[in-house]
Design a protein. Sequence first.
Lengths: 362, 362
Amino acid sequence: MDNDCSALKQDIIENFGTPCAVIDLEKVERNIATAQQRCDAAGVANRPHIKTHKSPILAQLQIDAGARGITCQKLGEAEVMANAGISDIIIATNLLGAARSGKLASLQKRLPLKVCADNKVSLAEYSKAASAAERVLDVLIECDTGQLRAGVETPEEAFMLAQIIKGDPMLRFAGLLFYPSLDGWPRTQQFYDDISVKLASIGLEASIVSTGGTPNFTNLGKLQQATEHRAGTCIFNDRMMVAAGVATLEDCAYQVYSSVVSRANENRGILDAGSKTLTSDSGGLNGFGHIVEHPAATIHKFAEEHGFLDLSNCNNKPAVGDIVRVIPNHVCVSVNMFDQLVAVRDGKISHVIPVAARGCLV
Amino acid sequence: MDNDCSALKQDIIENFGTPCAVIDLEKVERNIATAQQRCDAAGVANRPHIKTHKSPILAQLQIDAGARGITCQKLGEAEVMANAGISDIIIATNLLGAARSGKLASLQKRLPLKVCADNKVSLAEYSKAASAAERVLDVLIECDTGQLRAGVETPEEAFMLAQIIKGDPMLRFAGLLFYPSLDGWPRTQQFYDDISVKLASIGLEASIVSTGGTPNFTNLGKLQQATEHRAGTCIFNDRMMVAAGVATLEDCAYQVYSSVVSRANENRGILDAGSKTLTSDSGGLNGFGHIVEHPAATIHKFAEEHGFLDLSNCNNKPAVGDIVRVIPNHVCVSVNMFDQLVAVRDGKISHVIPVAARGCLV
């Protein structure tokens, strides 16, 4: 697909126009298999994060390849997945909006969820939701080991929450959720060792010990008691993953087909893909995407529907009307801008996959 | 609404959860009236850009207040507006993807559109689309006067395109589209003067001379022959417009209601609104939004569903479970993340407005 694909480009623009989000099914399947193999080799279950693709069809491919279940970030995403028949779901965040709007109770009534908390307020809301659902709710405690994201910072706080869970008949302690930084695994092991002793003192044990992140695949095994890993980006990969050294451009399964719509002068060009297509997530990289046909071109700035090209380093400059393929810096947020992905196999359009959980913000 | 609104917050979270996009109808109406008054005072027609709200309901409010018609950036947006009965539409960009997929011809068959071009390839595609639609297509020539966005850079190039339009029986020259920078109005006047002489030499005249941008309201009148102005952001305003001095926080009609979902330590907090809600558009500002209840707090970083708060400068720090109102840096891209806006009047939920043209990327 990275060679000449003018016939495919023609098919894409005639059937869908540009910009168009396209995934290469062979690469998707290979990426899914690779993630599963990495988890298998480390002896942990695979629980992919669906925030990247937001599609029950792709989640089912991951499960068919061996994944234990899935991870969601929003209750609404879990609803979409549950509607498609997927039942083993961790929602990896404090769910206050979903709890207080009744959405958590509604879904928990239909199937037993696993949710996460790093504070007492979340636990109180979870208890109410579980009561309303008339079903005990499994809760993991989210622990921060240096990333400064969500999660309690100390084993003492984690233990305090575990005691509340243990004392609440509507909640059940299900385990611990970590997101170690690349060099934070020793600290995570220490946190685990400390909290597990405390948990044992009140008769609790973490049946699920979850770690996360595509760049952390190479660290699997460094937390000895980890039971599962949740990674999202690896199904598609992106320019950030290439920059991080965990994927090659050849592993990037998602490309935005975009038309060159303006060439005001020798060194300027404009794509019909802007911040409402590729998003302003830079991921700390220079430029906002890799252009397969013109790797020396830089998308240096966005308007909402335009990507501004600096072509000064290109010998072979694109013409107006050319269709180019862009690998975004951060694929998860770009997928989130589209209602559908066009799936391609053997250089031909195969079918359309709805981004069914897009816009599930609660 | 900027005073205590705990009852409204409770209604929002119980009915919709968080994050939730909320608009204050009184402010929206006032902003619409102000934009119309500014155009009226300058003697130019008002043609608001609907990219900000993407709602035919809000576009109709703008028309009812006196707008001549609307501006869209995508053919798909124009389709949604046309379906709602709005018929006077300029699409302010080169439309290659929409032309080559047949979408432009389909809509042009239903109603006469006005489109824009800055190059010959676009004109050739427009001619084909107009032939397929069996209806002559009105074309404006987009001219760049220093912003380095889309648009021809010289009157000579504009004239060359005008000649092509004049020579094509399926195209009709409709005028000139400018987007002057704040200090680029003298240069725009010069460009206009140069091209209008050339146009007159072949019997053409620009019946539409369009300028753009909310920050340019104060410059209306500086291009003497301007016939209309297109501004988007002014219907809601945002932190960028406040920073630019063209709106106050009180004029910001759009707020994202968000729950504080984590408070890992004294100076850290996390909102349930991240880059998939507020977007990574910084607009060159420090931090990613103004928190009405905690103006000294900074949203310093995003995960996809989390906004990371630095609370070190706050005396009054939010607690987990608090609902806060966030005015985003760039409202157009935040609206684009939601499927609906919750409209509020007199501090009470009034109705829900679909973001009907969201995701219309082609």
